[in-house]
Design a binder for this molecule. Sequence first.
Ligand SMILES: NC(=O)C1=CN([C@@H]2O[C@H](COP(=O)(O)OP(=O)(O)OC[C@H]3O[C@@H](n4cnc5c(N)ncnc54)[C@H](OP(=O)(O)O)[C@@H]3O)[C@@H](O)[C@H]2O)C=CC1
Ligand SMILES: O=C(O)C1=N[C@H](C(=O)O)C[C@H](O)C1
Length: 266
Amino acid sequence: MDKIKVAVSGANGKMGQEVLRMVINDPELELVAAIDLKMSAIDIGQVIGHEPIGINFDNDIEQALTQKQPDVLVDFTNPQAVHNNVKTAIKYNVCPVVGTTGLQAEDIAEFNRLLKQQELGGIFAPNFAIGAILMMRFAEQAAKYMPNVEIIELHHDQKIDAPSGTALKTAEMIKEVRSSFKQGLEDEFEKVPGSRGGEYDGFRIHSVRLPGFIAHQEVIFGSSGQVLTIKHDSIHRESFMPGVNLAVKKVKGFVGAIYGLDKLID
Ligand SMILES: NC(=O)C1=CN([C@@H]2O[C@H](COP(=O)(O)OP(=O)(O)OC[C@H]3O[C@@H](n4cnc5c(N)ncnc54)[C@H](OP(=O)(O)O)[C@@H]3O)[C@@H](O)[C@H]2O)C=CC1
Ligand SMILES: O=C(O)C1=N[C@H](C(=O)O)C[C@H](O)C1
């Protein structure tokens, strides 16, 4: 069987390096391009404790994709870079597997349209960790019975976007099953602006950013005389790799955009 040819954008980032290791260690996959800013100054082989690879591209996604003709582009960059990367991938018939967060519903809709035009599949997953996917599913189930809810997400202090993509996806899933209403007192006021967090469909999302954290989320449900907390912790970025690996292997099997890894799991 032919190996799946994989290009990685954001290759020198925290997630990108983990993806390079995962791809290199899977005999069914072939790493063909590592794309990042200032890439030519870096020995990416050394960065990930591997012999020199010699497939570095300096943020020239077009050159990387035309020269190396990958089957799949895995993108872990930032909310500014991801649009152009995805559109370029689709233009060159490369299936995008995107972990980058900060995308809006309109972006996914546009990617879906472009993917369908080219008869390609694409996966856009705010969280690739199976534990986080279960946490979101359990929260969705709980919200049917306990509609008073708040989300607290906690991440490392290098994270650009807030709330996290995971918190937003959780909120969207809760909104689907919860009758919309505003929680708390009508005349509630904040003595320190922002102290009650961001409001989404009448409930609150809180974002904590501190060194020491990787990626964590609690979904807290309260009702009369009881509290239910559903909590997930990614304590290493390895936690995301089985999900990325699954997405890389499945993305050529359908047409259009899938939003959320839960759609690939029974
Ligand atoms: N879906 C999931 O399961 C997960 C998603 N994420 C998301 O993935 C994204 C990346 O996270 P993380 O690895 O921690 O971030 P990092 O900042 O560590 O990595 C991002 C990398 O992308 C590079 N970059 C910036 N612009 C471009 C571009 N135009 N082309 C190629 N590379 C570029 C950056 O370079 P430079 O530093 O020089 O700017 C950096 O090396 C975030 O959006 C985060 O929320 C993170 C973890 C899990
Ligand atoms: O930036 C991160 O680190 C993470 N980002 C994703 C998000 O925004 O939900 C996934 C995970 O939480 C780690």
